[in-house]
Design a protein around this ligand. Structure first.
Ligand code: ADP
Ligand code: ADP
Ligand code: ZN
Length: 840
């Protein structure tokens, strides 16, 4: 690359000088090139700020700079990271923690490019049909310019090229645009309740999507909206579900008076399909999917392939048969394909099969061999998607590129971690550099060089506290991670329930029938305990918890409004009535959601400030102290604390509002100050909100409710967050703990808390805090179920349900259930083997 020719010697490291991105405290650090560099530190310490915010941002910027002068000038003004100097940074690519959801046409086969090779095999090695439908022997003709000649009828024709076999192009089944399935509106899901009327809101989509005037328009058609749904005539129901998009003249009363307006009728189905068209994120898609049922295309039977694309066969199988196989099965089948072709084609066949095997090797090592090639990309889990991304990075065969990996160990069972190391080794062997943020001690131990950021989170972090090789960091007294790397320190903190008393508080029982590759299961979860669901990727953890247990419990609570999944045969709740999914998805979508609004302290504080004499004298109420809508908010940024710069060709760049410096209030707000009981300082609301929870608690004496909420924040280990911090910017782990703040002070005997890999993003020290939080939920009587790979957390579970033994068709059973010690003693449990070393 270019830096190689700069001097005689290639630079050995990226030099970062004066980095101040987010919480980084003007740090200088050298990041060795050509090695595996791991960045460690507690959550919120500044790892991503260094890895993504400095190294990736600068690497990507340099890369774009090379593109055009115009872009270069715009970028230099706006998107330069807050850093004095970064030297020797190569072009950078980032593999993100949460890759986007792929489109409907993406499958495991397409995204891994394996399908390209398989298509080529069918084009070159297949036995084809002539235009008159006579089957031909495979022949070398397909690789030449000459047409094939049918031995039976003499017709001349060309075999289809690989491209013509592609379901996402010429080989697509013409029905349903090659998606293989159709999503239709399920009429039964549109009506909440046969016994309630339209006026009572029985047409669910009109309620959900804010079409509140629709009942009134329906009346204009003559539909009775005040009688129970079941009493409506067939034509009335027809109008509601399928009626025409006609304009009707109606009278609307608002607080500003009475208006005569023309409105277009939106029937219930159309409301759903319009929402489906607009759904561009997972959340909206999930919301609208409750109204849809999927049907397999009757023409291609879900294969997405046209009849012509399904015609060529190798041995007994056509392309659709092969894409329905798992990767492992394909690899068993492919060598047989070589045997099925005439001698003169053997060498071509062998080279195609070799290519396939080479491409598949890393995917198998990453534990993805159980996925079928036609598996829709949108149904892959985050971890699976990220591993596909990783394997593809290796296939790019780049050199001199900096790869920044954000927690590649997500979803990876301890037994698959060597696969991840294999991929990193490939990238390094090709002359690339790898920087990764991770917490998994097993992964960190493999790094050539470690950079530890800390010591604390937020403004208590942001410095380099240790760096060097693993042994060097271990010896460094400033390091917090060192002891965990060598096993000197252990996370184990919790007292576990013994096997004899495990089910004392009751049992949640579920019997399921087979679904996907998961077999019928008999599941017993102890109430009031911490249960870990473990197993390699694809073994059925998600199916058990998120597709079976959670929806069946929800169905019980919802009465008849939602149905229990069909494959769940029996459920005994054991006294559990409600499910609380505590995921790590960001809280709120816009910057208006802050820590203070989320935990509810802002409401109390606004009222307290409105009670001040000065505020009363000026006629201000609690509403005026809201940064969202109040009169005191900063007019420049309208209370968001930041403004967007419009940069051409790039997503908008957000910067801190120059007027209020991010405090969200205008200067007027500074006039109203209050002093806490016994406090010494007069603080205005904007000032108070810039304090951390731990600092603010010193200033809110007397405001009991506020104190209690701040206390709870400190208890879940988030005392370092400032009150006006925007919640969407919080890390997954922070968001997860914030969601629990209001749960910890209540009895929870009727609640099941479900966590899906809560250790994502967590340092071993954070895992300690997490375990304490889980302990509090259990202390309140809560039942906790955790899907997890982290051995330190699993070692802390009272009860473990281990799925497996493998993934896909090799898994789907419960291989062991019991205490951690019990599972370690089970010879069939892979998890047990790895867990042994982690029990204190
Ligand atoms: P880590 O990767 O170690 O978990 P981060 O680098 O994500 O930590 O965050 C370091 C600090 O910077 C935290 O206090 C976090 O809240 C803050 N931060 C992260 N992203 C942003 C952002 N977009 N704007 C402002 N602050 C941020
Ligand atoms: P885990 O959570 O342990 O990784 P999952 O429950 O996600 O495992 O998957 C179990 C099996 O079910 C795997 O073989 C997986 O490929 C299959 N599977 C999961 N979801 C779907 C789906 N939507 N369509 C088809 N197969 C699926
Ligand atoms: Zn502002």
């Amino acid at each position: 690359m270019s830096q190689r020719s700069e001097g005689l010697r290639a630079p050995a490291a990226i030099e970062v000088r004066g980095a101040r991105v987010h919480n980084l405290k003007n740090i200088d650090v050298d990041v060795p090139l050509g090695e595996l560099v791991a960045v460690a530190g507690v959550s919120g310490s500044g790892k991503s700020s260094l890895a993504m915010g400095v190294l990736y941002a600068e690497g990507a910027r340099r890369y774009i700079e090379a593109l055009s002068t115009y872009t270069r000038r715009r970028m230099a003004q706006a998107a330069r990271a807050d850093v004095d100097r970064v030297r020797h940074v190569p072009a950078a690519l980032a593999l993100r923690q949460r890759p986007g959801v792929p489109g409907v046409r993406s499958t495991f086969g397409t995204s891994t490019e394996l399908l390209n090779v398989v298509r080529l095999m069918f084009s070159r090695l297949g036995s084809h049909l002539c235009p008159n439908g006579h089957r031909q022997r495979p022949s070398l003709h397909v690789a030449t310019e000459d047409p094939m000649v049918c031995g039976t009828c003499g017709a001349e024709f060309y075999a289809p090229e690989a491209e013509e076999l592609a379901f996402n192009s010429e080989g697509a089944c013409p029905t349903y645009q090659g998606t293989g399935t159709v999503r239709e509106v399920d009429d039964t899901s549109l009506i909440r309740d046969e016994s309630s009327s339209i006026d009572e809101g029985t047409v669910i989509p009109w309620q959900m999507y804010g079409f509140k005037v629709q009942p009134q328009i329906a009346r204009e058609f003559g539909v009775r909206t005040d009688v129970p749904w079941r009493e409506l005539a067939r034509w009335e129901k027809g109008i509601v579900l399928d009626g025409p998009e006609e304009k009707k003249h109606i009278t609307v009363t608002t607080k500003n008076g009475v208006h005569e307006l023309d409105f277009t009728f939106r029937n219930a189905r159309l409301t759903v399909t319009a929402e489906l068209d607009r759904a561009n994120d997972e959340k909206r898609l999930a919301r609208v999917s409750r109204f849809l049922i999927e049907r397999t295309c009757p023409d291609c039977h879900g294969t997405r392939l046209s009849p012509a694309a399904r015609a060529p066969v190798i041995g007994e199988r056509n392309l659709a048969d092969v894409t329905a196989m798992t990767l492992e099965e394909v690899l068993d089948w492919a060598p047989d394909a070589v045997g099925a072709v005439p001698d003169e084609m053997r060498s071509m066949a062998r080279s195609l099969v070799d290519t396939l095997l080479r491409m598949a090797r890393r995917l198998i090592e990453l534990g993805l061999g159980y996925l079928s090639l036609d598996r829709a990309g949108s149904t892959l889990s985050t971890g699976e998607r990220q591993r596909v991304q990783l394997a593809r990075a290796v296939r790019n065969e780049t050199t001199g590129v900096l790869y920044v990996l954000d927690e590649p160990s997500i979803g990876l069972h301890p037994s698959n971690i060597h696969g991840l190391q294999g991929v990193v080794d490939d990238l390094l062997a090709e002359g690339n550099s790898v920087v990764m943020v991770d917490h998994d001690v097993q992964v960190l131990r493999e790094a050539d060089h470690l950079i530890e950021i800390g010591p604390g989170s937020g403004h208590r972090g942001g410095t380099v506290i240790a760096q060097g090789t693993v042994p060097e960091v271990d010896r460094d007294p400033g390091s917090l991670i060192g002891g965990f790397l060598t096993g000197r320190e252990r996370v184990v903190v919790r007292e576990r329930a013994g096997a004899d008393r495990m089910f004392d508080h009751g049992t949640l029982l579920m019997r399921t029938g087979p679904v996907h590759t998961v077999h019928a299961l008999d599941v017993a979860i102890p109430r009031g305990r911490l249960t870990g669901i473990t197993g390699v990727s694809g073994s059925g953890k998600t199916t058990l918890v998120l597709e079976s247990l959670v929806p069946s419990l929800r169905a019980v609570r919802a009465g008849n409004r939602t149905r229990r999944p069909e494959h769940v045969r029996e459920l005994e709740t054991g006294g559990i009535e409600k499910v609380n999914m505590v995921d790590a998805t960001p809280i709120g979508v816009n910057v208006r959601s802050t820590v203070s609004t989320y935990v509810g302290v802002l409401d109390d504080l606004r009222r307290a400030y409105a009670r001040l004499d000065a505020a009363r004298a000026d006629g201000l109420g609690a509403g005026d102290f809201s940064y969202n809508t109040g009169s005191l908010r900063c007019p420049r940024c309208e209370g968001t604390g930041e403004i967007s710069l419009d940069v051409q060709f790039l997503p908008d760049v957000d910067i801190v509002c120059p007027d209020c410096e991010g405090c969200r209030y205008g200067p007027e707000a500074e006039k109203y100050t209050r002093r806490s009981d016994g406090g010494t300082q007069e603080l205005a609301l904007p000032q108070l909100l810039t304090l951390t929870a731990a600092e603010a608690i010193e200033h809110v004496g007397g405001l009991k409710k506020v104190r209690a909420k701040l206390d709870a924040l400190i208890h879940v280990g988030l005392g370092y967050l400032t009150l006006n911090e925007a919640t969407p910017a919080l890390s997954g782990g922070e968001a997860q703990r914030l969601k629990l703040v209001s749960e910890l002070d209540r009895r929870q005997g009727r609640t099941l808390f479900v966590f899906d890999e809560p250790t994502v993003g967590l340092h071993p020290l954070d895992v300690r805090v997490l375990i304490e939080v889980l302990q509090k939920l259990v202390d309140q009587g809560g039942t906790v179920v955790v899907i997890e790979h982290d051995l330190d957390l699993i070692a802390n579970a009272d009860h473990i349900i281990d799925m497996g033994p493998g993934g896909g068709t090799d898994g789907g059973r419960i291989v062991a259930a019991g205490t951690p010690d019990g599972v370690v003693g089970e010879p069939g449990s892979v998890t047990g083997r790895y867990l042994r070393g982690h029990l204190g």
